[in-house]
Design a protein around this ligand. Structure first.
Ligand code: XIL
Length: 376
């Protein structure tokens, strides 16, 4: 009898504990398979949107975006060539739709990008004197910055200003205005969009030489008394060459300067790199042979597992430094629309994201989710 009583008390206790346990989980996570839910106390989880996604062409992808992400970046439509095709003539249609999309879904909206040497309209490429270029920068940054001052939460003010050795890239901006152009760009962005977070964005800046260049650049802005809030590490990496130590050191080094770190364009290529190319220079294009496109039919499980391992390691690192990281944005939503199917070789089949060509979560997705679900 005594034993029976003890057993019923234990069962009652176990049931109450179970009930509370379940309630706690339900209370914490409305959807335990949602990235934005799972990481909501850590950092924003973003995706880059192309024009079809902004126009909601595909309902399944649209619903996936709503469930999984709470930040969006314009993949192309805010680049100068598209938004400012001829001097003083702006085309805001797509950009307006983009910010509207983000507002309706209550998302963190990232503008990409104000000053960049690539995807420039021909009229800027044709500028040969400093005054005209200065005028362009002022008009461009003020017009766009002011238009979206109450909707864009963060701007990539300058994109890819440095070479691999940390020296200044010889873009039209540097050639005509010298390194001061960077100070001017941030100063103008702060005037036009006083409430937006202002970021410098670049690839390979986890590598030590280029990182040193970014550190000099940030200090230069700070010494000039101009606001810079963060650094965007693009994060176009490869599963065969993921340099976690360099990434961790960079997050720490940048944070020491008092700026936030965002991973702004994350994707992990699973394909061979021509000439061991690293980085994301959009102007580099190569011709591919058959051996450069080994998974045209499907991704072997073993490679899918390597991708999952890499993503798991990365997210463990990001969580460790969650106090320094503001946002992790994937460069695309599913594998079918990743730019890595066409860069640096056109027409390959790559698998760099967390969702496959049918919008199904891959092993990498569950691995990332389970890190957090197992932590608490
Ligand atoms: C890429 C887009 O994804 C492509 O669609 C486009 O053809 C070229 O640009 N670094 C950046 C992004 O900052 O703007 C680039 O986006 C990828 C590399």
């Amino acid at each position: 009898m005594k034993n029976y009583k003890r057993l019923s008390v234990s069962i009652a206790f176990a049931m109450v504990a179970l009930l509370f346990g379940c309630k706690r989980t339900v209370y914490q996570r409305d959807n335990p398979n949602s990235l934005k839910e799972v990481f909501k106390d850590d950092f924003f989880i973003g995706t880059a949107l192309n024009i079809n996604q902004i126009n909601k062409k595909d309902a399944a992808t649209d619903s996936l975006i709503s469930i999984q992400f709470n930040a969006i970046t314009a993949e192309n439509i805010m680049k100068a060539k598209l938004i400012h095709p001829t001097w003083g003539q702006f085309d805001f249609d797509a950009a307006d739709k983009f910010v509207e999309y983000g507002k309706l879904k209550d998302m963190y909206i990232v503008g990409h990008t104000l000053i960049w040497h690539s995807q420039l309209p021909p009229f800027v490429q044709a500028i040969t004197d400093a005054d005209s270029l200065r005028q362009f920068m002022e008009l461009h940054i003020h017009t766009i910055g002011q238009r979206y001052a109450s909707s864009v939460d963060s701007w990539d003010v300058v994109n890819e200003a440095l070479n691999e050795d940390g020296s200044w890239r010889e873009s039209v901006f540097y050639e005509l205005l010298g390194e001061e152009y960077i100070v001017e760009a941030f100063r103008k962005a702060a005037e036009a969009a006083p409430n937006a977070a202002l970021y410098y964005n670049d690839y390979n800046i986890e590598q030590s030489q280029k990182r040193a260049g970014v550190i000099r650049l940030i200090k230069k802005l700070q010494e000039a008394g101009v606001r810079i809030d963060g650094v965007g590490i693009q994060g176009h990496w490869n599963i065969n060459n993921l340099q976690l130590d360099a990434i961790e050191e960079s997050i720490q080094e940048y944070a020491k300067l008092g700026v936030k770190v965002a991973i702004t364009e994350l994707d992990l290529s699973v394909l061979p790199n021509p000439w061991d190319l690293q980085g994301a220079d959009v102007n580099q294009q190569f011709k591919g042979g058959l051996n450069m496109d080994p998974y045209a039919d499907q991704l072997p499980d073993s490679v899918g597992r390597l991708l999952a391992d890499s993503y798991e390691q990365l997210f463990r690192l990001f969580l460790k430094h969650r106090d320094k990281i503001s946002r992790v944005t994937f460069w695309g939503t599913n594998d079918s629309q990743s730019w890595l199917n066409n860069w640096p070789i056109v027409g390959r089949t790559n698998y760099p994201l967390l969702f496959d060509r049918n919008n199904h979560p891959k092993e990498a997705f569950y691995r990332i989710i389970s890190i957090k679900n197992n932590l608490d």
